[in-house]
Ligand binder design. Structure first.
Ligand code: ADP
Length: 411
């Protein structure tokens, strides 16, 4: 049942982090040795380092670098017999200090109630917990600019969070809480200077990440190809095409995004797979690269859909390919009915079908409207958003369905 392209689809997931970083390894090593030398150093103040990029540059490895650093630190600390606890929190949207601390408490599996406790009490509990367990924590705060640009945390609270050690010295005076701040935006340093100058002036490392050039992207996607595709399913030319397309240079710009490069490789592989081809060919890459494919088919969302949502979306794509225009819910339901049967699945009842349509609509995968003139009575009509190409969506869904339930058996 499985195709000839993928050996391991999971390495193309957004959250997958390879076991070694072939690019950004220097940055990683600098941070790792910095924190490592701080851990267990004895008396010392909190270490805070900052990883940042330029405004609007995403997919350039900021989060990956931070998570990778904490993973390696965990391994190295374990080798030394140290109790090390990495904590990752995305603070986008600026949660309150109390919410952030609650997350830390739960990530550390401290098992204490934080509700109703004053912030300072929670901080003290964290500090005591680490002391009692003789543990060290590295707190990664991703999207840290969000906290700085919001007024939800006062300057004092920001200071308190990042300088717990000074406010609440642990019994043995050993600091066990360090921070790695990740920010999309280089203005993070200016903001820190304005709001928490005492912290800013003591930043350990400021690691600025440039968008990736094409050589770097080649290395990154080749690593994924080796881990996730059959050796005969691709060649270097395919990887070069993708890397050159997204690679950043000072003169031509370019996204420099590893996310897009990886997504394009995966998409090209999906298309080749759906065609039952044994190799990814140039035309598959072209299809994947056409802005439509990469930017408009939200692969991760689609992969997260339930089986019947996929079947419904597939029915809509099929109808759009054969007749186009707006589809009545009646005809979509009928198509879905047949398609489900073809896949050997019992179609869901009408009310459930409607729930699924509503979900798909909320996720931006289906547009719905109430019919106006021309159709008797009022009924819901629907279509795909105009920027989602039906043919390509069909290919993607077919390959996901193939994985989950096999191929359809038309009757
Ligand atoms: P950012 O945080 O800058 O938006 P991410 O760290 O989320 O970017 O990276 C986006 C995607 O690219 C992720 O899937 C990640 O695994 C991959 N990636 C980024 N940098 C590297 C790298 N140096 N090596 C391997 N994969 C990488």
């Amino acid at each position: 049942m499985s195709g000839k392209i993928f050996t391991n689809r999971a390495v193309f997931d957004e959250t997958y982090i390879p076991s070694t970083l072939l690019v950004r390894d220097n940055e990683a090593n600098v941070l790792i040795s910095r924190y490592l030398s701080r851990l267990g150093e004895g008396l010392g103040s909190t270490d805070v380092s900052v990883v940042y990029g330029s405004i609007g540059k995403v997919g350039i490895g900021k989060t990956t670098l931070a998570k990778y650093v904490s993973r390696v630190l965990l391994r190295k600390a374990e080798d030394k017999g140290m109790n090390f606890k990495p904590v990752y929190i995305n603070v986008y949207g600026a949660p309150s200090l109390h919410q952030i601390l609650s997350r830390i408490v739960s990530e550390l599996e401290m098992n204490i109630p934080v509700r109703g406790n004053a912030t300072i009490e929670v901080l003290k509990a964290i500090s005591d917990f680490l002391y009692i367990k003789d543990a060290y924590a590295l707190i990664i705060l991703d999207e840290f600019q969000s906290l700085l640009m919001s007024t939800k945390l006062s300057d004092d609270e920001l200071y308190l969070l990042l300088r717990v050690y000074e406010e609440i010295p642990p019994k043995d005076n050993i600091n066990r809480l360090n921070f790695l701040l990740v920010s999309q935006d280089f203005r993070v340093l200016t903001y820190m200077k304005e709001r928490i100058p005492q912290v800013e002036s003591q930043i350990g490392f400021r690691v600025y990440l440039r968008p990736y050039n094409s050589e770097e992207l080649k290395t990154i996607i080749e690593q994924r190809a080796i881990e996730g595709l059959y050796e005969n399913a691709y060649d270097q030319e395919i990887l070069n095409m993708i890397a050159d397309y997204y690679g950043y240079t000072d003169t031509k710009g370019g996204d420099g995004s590893a996310r897009k490069a990886i997504l394009t490789l995966r998409m090209a592989a999906e298309i080749a797979d759906a065609e039952n081809s044994s190799r990814i060919e140039e035309k598959h890459v072209r299809d994947a690269l056409s802005a439509d494919a990469v930017s408009n088919i939200p692969l991760d969302i689609i992969r997260s859909l339930s089986l019947h949502e996929l079947l419904i979306l597939q029915s809509i794509s099929d109808l759009l390919i054969t007749k186009g225009g707006w589809l009545t819910s009646g005809e979509v339901e009928e198509e879905y009915f047949h398609l489900s049967r073809n896949y050997g699945e019992e179609p869901r009842k009408h009310t459930q079908f409607y729930e699924y349509i509503k979900n798909l609509n909320n996720m931006g995968l289906v547009e719905t409207r109430i019919s106006g003139k021309g159709i008797r009575g009022k009924t819901t009509i629907m279509r795909l958003p105009l920027d989602i190409p039906a043919e390509r969506l069909k290919e993607v869904i077919e390959s996901i369905l193939l994985d989950r339930v096999g191929s359809p058996k038309p009757n």
